[in-house]
Design a protein around this ligand. Structure first.
Ligand code: LLP
Length: 383
């Protein structure tokens, strides 16, 4: 959405900071995904709920018939409340509690993505106690470094996620033999905000080799879940507002060896909801610092932690001003020196009360908001 397209009139009277979601863009994004999935009947898409679990956003995604990738009992409940079918819910995470596992079993979710032998045994015991079987995929640590921020790579051997290659064969044998387990496939995820398709090609190559090795030993591999991770263009939200889904799905269809009857699962989060969200905030003060000028806004790391946590870039725009371009550090009110949205960024001249847009904040924005400094959680507005 271009700067001039934000409906400033409908923002009047809304307490800032708040999240503004462009539902037209979300709709266009989902249309694009739906057409890819329709053309590929063996693809399954599970939206990564952690990216944004705003109930309205969730129900819009659920209404398209997609599945949900959840990482807690809370997310499973949020997904069910939004209308996702239990049969489309997959449950990942290295530390699933007994209570969460029991919830998943009772609701009849479609997959537990299991991350260790110890977890596999507990899930089996709990399933037996309920007289059922848990449908399980084994999450493999692919030992692939994605070219992204160190805090959001998940597929390296040193990361806590997944089962290592060395242990995989034994854990797979166990999964085939435990009474409460129905083995369904293998799960992978290499990281997030990945724009270089070569990282996904590397993942395909790993999966191909691993599958051939296991099959040569007479072991099944089942459905393949390649996780999420497709990045978005934070620099140019106005020019490229839909992620490169064709490139992403196309990479897997080109480089991953396919087997008839085998499903291919995807778990995108950021690429679906990132572009459609904007954090709207107000200028409280303009302050001259030593050698710099600060635009102090009422939004902070409590509404959008990504810049403070990962030094992530989000484009900042002054929606209220056409004044001369001026350089500012855009900062929030929180008592942490990392509470900074942008350093030496150019904005139309700022005045107290101007509305500031922090773009591409639909993923890992509202869902990571906190109440630090007794800040209330942000409201959301849909346009
Ligand atoms: N599947 C699994 C197993 C995951 O761990 C994740 C994200 C996804 C799918 C979805 O990945 P996406 O398509 O959104 O990249 N808070 C960080 C991102 C953390 C991602 C964690 N896992 C950020 O703000 O950049």
């Amino acid at each position: 959405m271009l700067k001039g397209d934000f409906p400033l009139k409908s923002f009047e009277g809304v307490r800032t900071p708040f999240y503004c979601y462009d539902l037209q863009l979300l709709g266009r994004t989902l249309d694009r995904l739906q057409s890819i999935l329709t053309a590929n009947p063996d693809y399954r898409l599970h939206y990564a709920v952690k990216a944004n679990f705003n109930p309205r956003i969730l129900s819009i995604i659920a209404s398209r018939g997609f599945g949900a990738d959840c990482v807690s009992g809370g997310e499973i409940n949020a997904a069910l409340a939004a209308g996702f079918s239990p049969d489309g819910i997959v449950f990942a995470g290295v530390g699933k509690s007994d209570e969460e596992i029991l919830l998943g079993l009772r609701k009849g979710i479609s997959r537990f993505n299991v991350e260790s032998e110890a977890e596999l045994r507990v899930i089996s015991e709990l399933a037996v106690s309920l007289g059922t079987k848990a449908r399980v995929s084994l999450r493999v640590n692919p030992d692939i470094g994605a070219h992204t921020h160190a805090n959001i790579t998940t597929g390296l051997a040193e990361n806590k996620f997944g089962i290592s290659y060395e242990q995989l064969e034994n854990v797979l044998q166990l999964a085939l033999n435990l009474e409460g387990i129905e083995f369904k496939g293998l799960h992978f995820h290499i990281g997030s905000q990945i724009l270089d398709m070569a990282d996904f090609v590397a993942l395909c190559n790993r999966i191909n080799r691993l599958r051939s090795d296991l099959e040569a030993k007479g072991l099944p591999t089942g459905d393949i879940n390649v996780g999420g991770g497709l990045g978005i263009d934070y620099m140019h939200p106005n020019h490229k507002d839909i992620a490169d889904f064709e490139g992403w799905f196309g990479t897997f269809s080109k480089f991953l060896d396919r087997r008839p009857g085998v499903q291919l699962h995807f778990e995108p989060g950021r690429s679906i909801v990132g572009p459609c969200g904007t954090l709207i905030s107000r200028v409280l003060y303009v302050k001259e610092g030593t050698g710099k000028r600060f635009a102090i806004i009422d939004g902070s790391m409590t509404e959008l932690v990504r810049p403070a946590m990962y030094k992530a870039y989000h484009r900042v725009e002054n929606l209220s001003s056409e004044g001369p371009e001026t350089v500012y550090d855009v900062v929030g009110p929180v008592c942490e020196s990392s509470d900074v949205f942008a350093v030496a960024t150019t904005l139309n001249e700022c005045h107290r009360g101007d509305l500031i847009a922090i773009r591409s904040a639909g993923a890992y924005g509202e869902s990571m908001a906190s109440g630090y400094n007794c800040h209330p959680l942000p409201e959301s507005l849909f346009i």
